[in-house]
Design a binder for this molecule. Structure first.
Ligand code: ADP
Ligand code: MG
Length: 703
């Protein structure tokens, strides 16, 4: 963060200067002034233009320095090369907040990048908060502030929106005006030289006029800070985010499984999941969710009742409910009896309640009201299609009335064209969100339920893990002393042991004789593996043998392995051959970690073998996390039922996996120098019998 001054003057300025105000309609500098003068803003507006005496009836000043009174906010629309001098003048005038609309910065090549760097520096020196550059501007509907060049202003409401993209912002505004969505604050922050996502979250956290925060973002500057603030804000009001720009700039070469599977998408998903941020997958979904949250509260539970006047759409809605992990509510007997008394016999009295095609508004509303009263119902979805007897407008009114009487959320899906327009306007007016398809309504409801559940969960605090951290430091120092950053099995297992994880009993043999003796000490069967800091994938070159049953076999294997390795990896330094306890039975899982450029340590879980390699069936969390998220990581993968013992498989010690995940989470948090690590595989025994890390590797930073 550049400065810590608040953003109050951005949203509630008493006076606004527009530097670069233009006399020519069609110019951005004209559009902004026009918006400032025609949106109901009551403060002083000062156009700055050295060549015009007045614009749109307002007296012009040659520069901000010539304005007689104080200025709270300046909007800068001059060409890029003139921006810095203007900001300097703002500094002299004592202006603390600026919106730089002008383009020609970071987005415009090397010269622009340098200009943006200097703008950041200047703003910091002068203590000026800057929105932009290269943005659409700021609106605050509560006081009629419209410091943008958008056409029109959405109506007043309680959604506040931030957007990194200016072009998308104009589309959003157009669309919101058309849909009648009400906004409180709107900020397009463009390149985000200073004010960004985190500042705006902070600004809106306790803003009584903002009940829903919506963000379109392409990237973040500081992942951990975002997580901290987002978690805090989400616990007060919903934060809905659409994140685009999937490609990861300068993806570095990765050498571990985890590294190759963990992209920035996974990191963002994990971060959102852990902080209660609601992710929308498209701009369309962003608005579906925004109106759902703005108009209705989240449901208490996941039980949905559907009322419909047509069978087909009722079934569509039912299918959708199940797909998004909501439940079709089992209705209370009293509800069913009440419906039976009043609805025609051919109706369906069970959920989804079909009031039939000839239902008038009263019949439909009667059903909706009864469903809302049912203690087994957490939310109602009203589906309506235009049929001969349908009264869309009256039905909309009555459904809205029923919704207003109830604390449970009501969502509507009035399907059809012109015949439904009026009804949908009424629903909007009375804050019942309407969706053109049941899927979209249900999807929104599911995310509302999920958000409510997140809010009710206690924080997932990680319990401290005991470890011999000095031992770990020693291992890292020794590797670095040899100019190595890749730690193979021998060193990695020392690190795991220092954190209390179980590893198989092992000894390094230098001769076949020694190997034989160690094998007898361990007990058969044993595993033999090549030990070399230069060989990271041992089995690829014949460096692993499992299931060796007798001494002679051990000795033969020793000679053969040495021969093979010398042939396939002639330059590798060989430190000997590991003779290792064979961990029999047990499912193989992978636990790994990689460092995400935004969020830092990311921990991965998956089942070994094809599940990770072919199916990429893995889950992620940003470390550190607590037991709840560790369990969810395990439950989340598609192959999780195998661990629970589905389809005749033996069940596995899930608690041991949880402990290992928490240990890795702690380890990578304690040691930011761990760039990547894999425990591959962790062999998980039956419940209660624990898990053993039979192989691991760690990559550390050079210093
Ligand atoms: P690498 O991954 O370098 O090829 P590993 O040590 O992971 O070498 O060994 C390859 C495979 O051999 C493992 O995935 C596991 O299936 C099996 N394996 C290795 N060590 C043991 C052991 N101690 N007990 C049982 N199986 C083992
Ligand atoms: Mg391995």
């Amino acid at each position: 963060m550049l400065t810590t001054v608040g953003l109050q003057q951005l949203f509630e300025p008493r006076s606004v200067a527009i530097v670069g105000a233009s006399t020519k309609p069609g110019k951005v500098g004209h559009g902004i002034l026009n918006n400032m003068l025609s949106s109901g803003y009551r403060g002083e507006v000062y156009p700055i233009n050295p060549h015009a005496p007045d614009i749109l009836g307002k007296k012009c000043y040659p520069s901000v320095l010539d304005i007689p009174g104080e200025v709270d906010l300046v909007v800068v629309v001059v060409p890029a090369p003139a921006v810095l001098p203007v900001i300097e003048e703002c500094g002299r005038k004592g202006i603390k907040t600026a919106i730089v609309i002008s383009a020609g910065f970071k987005e415009a090549g090397p010269e622009g990048i340098e200009r943006e760097r200097r703008l950041a520096e200047l703003a910091r020196q002068l203590g000026i908060r800057i929105v932009g550059p290269n943005c659409l501007g700021v609106m605050s509907t509560g006081n009629g502030l419209n410091a943008t060049f958008a056409h029109g202003m959405p109506r007043r409401g309680n959604v506040s929106l931030m957007s990194q993209s200016g072009a998308l912002a104009t589309a959003i505004i157009d669309w919101s005006i058309q849909q009648g969505i009400g906004y409180s604050k709107f900020v397009s922050f463009g390149n985000g030289v200073d004010v960004g996502v985190v500042d705006l979250l902070r600004a809106w956290e306790d803003d009584p006029e903002t009940t829903v925060i919506v963000a379109y973002m392409e990237g973040l500057r500081n992942g951990p800070e975002f997580m901290e603030v987002a978690r805090q804000v989400s616990s007060k009001k919903p934060v809905i985010v659409v994140k685009s720009g999937g490609t990861q700039a300068g993806a570095r070469a990765v050498s571990s499984h985890t590294g190759s599977l963990a992209g920035s998408e996974q990191a963002y998903n994990a971060a959102f999941l852990q902080t209660g941020v609601i992710r929308a997958n498209s701009v369309e979904e962003l608005f579906d969710l925004a109106i759902a949250f703005a108009y209705q509260g989240p449901p208490r539970g996941r039980n949905v009742a559907i009322v419909t006047n047509a069978g087909g759409p009722g079934i569509m809605a039912t299918d959708a409910v199940e797909r998004v992990q909501l439940r079709l509510a089992g209705l209370d007997q009293r509800t069913i009896q009440a419906l039976r008394k009043r609805l025609p016999e051919a109706s369906n009295f069970y959920n989804p309640v079909d009031v039939l095609g000839d239902a008038d508004a009263d019949r439909y509303a009667f059903a909706a009201e009864n469903l809302l009263r049912d203690p087994n119902v957490d939310a109602v979805l009203g589906v309506l299609t235009p049929q001969a007897m349908t009264q869309p407008k009256e039905t909309g009114e009555k459904l809205a009335f029923a919704a207003a009487q109830s604390r449970k959320p009501v969502l509507a899906c009035f399907m059809g064209g012109d015949s439904m327009t009026e009804a949908i306007e009424i629903l909007n007016e009375y804050k019942v969100p309407n969706y053109p398809y049941p899927e979209r309504a249900v999807q929104s409801l599911a995310k509302m339920a999920q958000y409510r559940e997140w809010r009710e969960e206690p924080a997932d605090e990680p319990a401290p893990v005991e470890a011999n951290r000095d031992a770990v430091r020693g291992v890292f120092a020794a590797a670095r002393a040899e100019d190595r950053v890749n730690l193979g099995e021998i060193e990695a297992r020392q690190v795991l042991q220092a954190y209390g994880l179980t590893v198989p009993e092992s000894y390094i043999a230098q001769t076949a004789e020694e190997a034989g003796a160690y094998a007898e000490k361990i007990g058969f069967p044993v595993v033999m593996k090549i030990v070399s800091p230069d060989i990271l994938h041992k089995s690829d070159i014949g460096g692993v043998r499992v299931g060796i049953r007798e001494r002679q076999e051990v000795m033969d294997a020793f000679e053969l392995m040495m021969l093979r390795v010398r042939r396939f990896a002639p330059d590798a330094a060989i430190r000997g051959i590991f003779v290792q306890e064979m961990i029999q039975a047990g499912r193989e899982v992978i636990i790994g970690s990689t460092r995400d450029p935004q969020f830092g340590p990311l921990v991965m879980f998956g089942l070994g073998g094809i599940y990770v390699e072919v199916l990429k069936d893995v889950s992620f969390r940003v470390a550190p996390f607590g037991e709840r998220h560790a369990r969810r990581m395990i439950e989340e993968i598609r192959s999780a039922p195998l661990l629970r013992g589905a389809r005749g498989e033996r069940s596995s010690d899930v608690d041991a996996i949880v402990r290992c995940l928490l240990t890795v989470s702690q380890m990578v948090t304690d040691f930011p120098e761990i760039v990547e690590m894999d425990i591959n595989p962790l062999k998980v025994r039956e419940p209660g019998a624990g898990a053993v890390a039979v192989d691991a590797r760690i990559t550390i930073t050079e210093r």
